[in-house]
Design a protein around this ligand. Structure first.
Ligand code: SF4
Length: 394
């Protein structure tokens, strides 16, 4: 059953709490935490706060008290993922249409599913690394040099919504200059346990801010945590990159909501493209089969393995008891709504407007899809054949 729901078999959860406590107590290590966008609207539930409460400042505060040397927002590198993936979309639309549709690749559950069951689509996957891998790569290269820290002493701990991210962090290609990008992944629930072990009164913690230079992010980076969020963020930036003009309204309502597979059209300059959004691998399978048969074509698809996207991830707080099914759709709504509200109230809502993104390109990468970007921020995929223990999802 688990394997059907979780294509990475990552529900055989391995806790990393003890190992993280160990590096935190090592004075020779410089230990950095990064938090995925969805964590700031889910971890409060572990401490009896209402479903979908925004607790970003308390989260940073808790991580400092636990002993992390720096606390970074993965939302910043979500903005960077959008710069690279949006540029890939334009590159393929203009120069390599044979590599369309572009398929998002920031969900390791979906990537593993594609590697096993749809290897013929691997050339279509965006080669852009997922945000936590980008944050890890930049921490051990650009950041280490900028702040004169020996990269061999840096330990990057990612607080993520799922155990599939543990598998992703362990992939052999996820290294930079010989260092593993991300050393440990803790799920929301594991971090909740650490906060309890330390006896922190999470609800009453003061608000704190993320550390430079991974501290400022756009609303586009934040909505990554909800199904459709990556695609909405990418369209906002692709529109600007292709036309030189901003979309009239940044909201792309067609990308939102909990329906499992949806299609829409968007016009970028003189091109009208069809986009698809699937959450749950069963819906991804449906979309790919219809694409193959010619029944439904599309140019760009976002896939998230978990229903609702990362707000519904397997490492998030589990709520509901016997009413779990009834509550699950509701809590996904509440958590996503909070992310969309954060976006709405941000002064910067597009990844390409984030000053930290400008800084990273000016000081290190040059421009999207540059040689350095490809070296540190892009990856490859491996056809893996049908796994003897994995079954396809209907
Ligand atoms: Fe992990 Fe699920 Fe988010 Fe994919 S959708 S990254 S499997 S939480």
């Amino acid at each position: 059953q688990c394997i059907l729901a979780c294509p990475t078999a990552s529900l055989n959860e391995k806790e990393d709490i003890d190992d993280v406590w160990k590096v935190l107590s090592d004075p020779d290590k410089f230990v950095v935490a990064q938090t995925a966008p969805s964590i700031q609207v889910t971890i409060g539930e572990i401490f009896d706060m209402p479903i979908g409460s925004f607790v970003g400042g308390k989260l940073v505060s808790a991580l400092r008290r636990i002993g992390f040397d720096k606390v970074f927002a993965t939302d910043v590198t979500a903005d960077l993922t959008i710069m690279e993936e949006g540029s890939e979309l334009i590159e393929r639309l203009i120069h390599t249409p044979e590599k369309l549709p572009l398929l998002s690749s920031c969900c390791p559950g979906w990537v593993k599913f594609a590697e096993h069951f749809y290897p013929e689509f691997l050339p279509n996957l965006s080669t852009t690394k997922s945000p936590h891998e980008m944050c890890g790569a930049l921490t051990k290269t650009w950041y280490a040099k900028k702040y004169n820290i020996d990269p061999s002493k840096i330990v990057n701990v990612a607080i993520m919504p799922c155990t599939a991210k543990k598998y992703e962090a362990a992939r052999p290609e996820m290294t930079s200059d010989g260092y593993r990008n991300v050393d440990f992944v803790l799920t929301t629930r594991e971090l909740g346990k650490m906060i309890r072990q330390l006896g922190l009164d999470f609800k009453n913690l003061p608000e704190d801010n993320y550390d430079e230079p991974f501290d400022q992010f756009s609303g586009a980076g934040t909505i990554f945590g909800a199904t459709g969020g990556v695609l909405e963020a990418a369209i906002r930036t692709a529109h600007k990159l292709l036309t030189g003009e901003e979309m009239d309204v940044p909201d792309f309502e067609e990308a939102r909501g909990q329906s499992g597979l949806k299609y829409s059209q968007v016009t970028l300059k003189d091109k009208t493209i069809t986009i698809a959004i699937a959450h749950g691998t069963g819906n991804a399978k449906k979309a790919l089969e219809m694409f193959k048969s010619g029944e439904k074509k599309f140019d760009y698809m976002e896939v998230m393995a978990c229903p609702g996207g990362c707000v519904g991830g397997g490492g998030q707080p589990i709520l509901g008891g016997k009413d779990h099914n009834h509550i699950s759709l509701g809590y996904r709504h509440n958590r996503s709504d909070t992310l969309y509200n954060i976006d709405k109230n941000k002064s910067i809502r597009r990844s390409h407007e984030n000053p930290r993104i400008h800084q990273i390109y000016e000081e290190f990468l040059g421009k999207p899809l540059s040689e350095i970007s490809h070296k540190y921020l892009h990856t490859t995929f491996t056809p893996r054949g049908k796994h003897p223990y994995l079954k396809e999802v209907d």
